[in-house]
Design a protein around this ligand. Structure first.
Ligand SMILES: [Zn+2]
Length: 282
């Protein structure tokens, strides 16, 4: 049976109610009441209409014949759409909830060696330069050397910023644990390698960690991924206790590609126990 509406306000109210019922967010949370939008600003539409001045070719606001200024309405993404996208990217990134809390401001610089300050500045600069350099030959970052100096914290903070503020897809791959998960499951391996090749930014944590690493299998997989990204100008973020020379020693082709990709954003912290902030206070 068709409903009859007596006013435009009634039509709008009915439409809004229907939108609420259709909203995926509302559905997934079992919300049907029109007052229970997850985002009250856009009522879960993900966009807003914004009034902006209607400008002529010289940039002056147009006027109606009676002299009042002219405006036009444009569609603008609501902030909740960005947040939803960031939440989705965060899930995809495989960054653990504990690591999601790592930020630049939670990184303690006080009393730290100047090379750690340099590593911090390098990560911050990389974030600031990202939009300009992302398609260049040198579009990547590596923090190398002494373990326990906060390299992982800095690169995780960088990843969190890229995801949350720039909506860039990032994939976190901890070298040792990552390969442990993959070594017996070839279906998983293929899927993971494809993701590692194609994601917006690949973050490899602790590359070639351990005295006996890498195995020929790990080297082959890493070369496949990094060479693909090198050839396609896709950024990588690398932390490793190995220095540039040591990476080249492990595999010359791989080491030199990493160096070319990261050379503007590389800090090498020599192995000196005094730098180790995990050992402070002992
Ligand atoms: Zn919204």
């Amino acid at each position: 049976m068709a409903r009859r509406f007596t006013s435009l306000a009634e039509v709008m109210a009915d439409l809004q109610k229907k939108t609420a019922n259709r909203s995926p967010a509302a559905r997934s949370e079992g919300l049907t009441n029109e007052n229970q939008y997850r985002c009250p600003i856009c009522q879960d539409k993900g966009f807003l209409l914004e009034k902006v001045p209607d400008l002529d070719e010289e940039g002056h606001q147009k006027k109606w014949p009676n002299g009042t200024p002219k405006f036009i309405e444009i569609l603008k993404d609501c902030q909740c759409a960005k947040k939803r996208q960031a939440d989705h990217l965060m899930k995809f990134s495989e960054i653990t909830p504990k690591f999601r809390k790592m930020t630049f401001s939670s990184f303690k610089l006080e009393g730290k060696h100047e090379l750690i300050h340099e590593a911090y500045q390098c990560a911050v600069d990389y974030y600031k330069d990202f939009d300009r350099i992302k398609n260049n030959r040198c579009n990547s970052i590596s923090l190398l050397g002494q373990p326990g100096t906060g390299k992982t914290h800095l690169l995780t903070a960088l990843a969190n910023n890229l995801i949350q503020k720039k909506q860039i897809s990032v994939l976190y791959f901890p070298f040792v644990e990552g390969f442990n998960d993959l070594k017996d499951d070839f279906t998983l391996l293929e899927e993971k390698i494809t993701k590692m090749k194609r994601v917006g930014v690949l973050f490899i944590d602790d590359l070639f960690k351990g005295r006996d690493y890498p195995t020929p299998f790990q080297l082959e997989q890493m070369f496949g991924v990094i060479n693909y990204r090198y050839l396609n100008y896709l950024p990588i973020m690398i932390s490793s206790e190995k220095t540039v020379d040591e990476l080249i020693e492990v595999d010359e082709a791989l080491g030199t590609r990493i160096f070319q990709m990261c050379q503007d954003y590389t800090v090498v912290i020599p192995r000196d126990i005094k730098l180790n902030h995990r050992l402070e206070g002992l």
